[in-house]
Design a protein around this ligand. Sequence first.
Ligand SMILES: *[C@@H]1O[C@H](CO)[C@@H](O)[C@H](O)[C@H]1NC(C)=O
Length: 407
Amino acid sequence: MLSKIPTFILVFILLFDHTEGKPYRAYKPKDVTILRKKVFINYDKSVRPFSDGEFKTEITFNYKMRNINRLDDIEETLTTTGHLEIRWRDKALSWNRTNHKGIMYIYVPQNDVWKPDLVLNNGNSKISELGGSHYYVAILYTGVVMWDPYEVFTTLCSVDMTYFPFDTQTCNIEFTIWSYRGTDVSIDKKSKIIADTSGNGIWRVKSTKSKVRTQRHRYIAKFKIILERKPHFFIFNIILPITVLGLVSTFVFLIPVDSGEKIGFSMTVFLSFAVFLTFISAEIPKNSEHTSVMNVYIVAEVMLSVILLLISSLQVRLYHKADQPLKNYQIAMIKVANFLGCRKAQMQQWNSKMTKADSTGHSIYDNTEKEWSLVVVSHAIDVIAFYIFTIINVLITSVTFIMLGLY
Ligand SMILES: *[C@@H]1O[C@H](CO)[C@@H](O)[C@H](O)[C@H]1NC(C)=O
């Protein structure tokens, strides 16, 4: 059947066909008018084409996708641009070339012939007729009708942002013959999507799949498009800065309390996160259906910076209440800090600094626990918190990266 001949072969025939040694173009406009009149004299465009031999009208079509316009994660829609190459055979529109100066094909306005009412099955906008009155269809002398409407299709596509920005989205574009039952008008199983684009600035077309199935007497052509996000923009503008800022935030514990910079540093880190959040909230997905790992990570980092700010405040408070007696857990903290690799020398340095006023010449560390003060507790918190929060941060970051599939 001619409708099954691929387009390029048809084009080949059209370009190189000759009739009896003469090029097929040897005809005049008048001949076309005569042919048109003859073909359409008894033609009823509201009757679907079928003959004794073939009761079913079989439609073959390909969707040549030219561009991915947009994948909207809030409205959950995919907008693509492309054209359909719809082919079917209408025997009533065929003619004998020998009797018509070898005319091989003619063009007629699309509304002059019967057309299948091919529509989007999962569209997001009002269903409207494909093409328009300004489109023409080509009719071959065999009765094959070729209709190539160019359209912007907006289809529903459920978006899963869990692995943003390393996500892969699967969208379907479904076409169906709306009014006719499958017993009358069918879609050829060979109908397929052809991705004529590699994607856009955000998405890469990973693969496409085509499947034709019947559902409740209707034929549905399901074109699956798998899109992969290009993550580089988000790596450089969100992930890297947040990760670095998160690691830097624990450096607050390397700053001595008496430098007076501790709270300032914590506050600055917290504010950087806040400023950052407002900047990236425009970039991260706003869909609440699936919580994205990235989002949780950012919120966790902000929470951590708040906790660091609280601890720093507490340390400053302790430092300035140096003359109060120590509680047991505070002594335990000093011991833990000491154990954690804060070497004796360092501890002595802290103590000598603290006891400078006393000018006793020996450090509290060398003396009994009773002589430890809240200043040492404040230093101990520095050591302990630095270890704990660096570990927490590395853990959170690693878990996030593992979940995002970065390893
Ligand atoms: C076309 O018309 C010519 C001349 O009338 C005839 O010989 C030929 O058999 C016709 N071809 C077909 C396919 O009907």
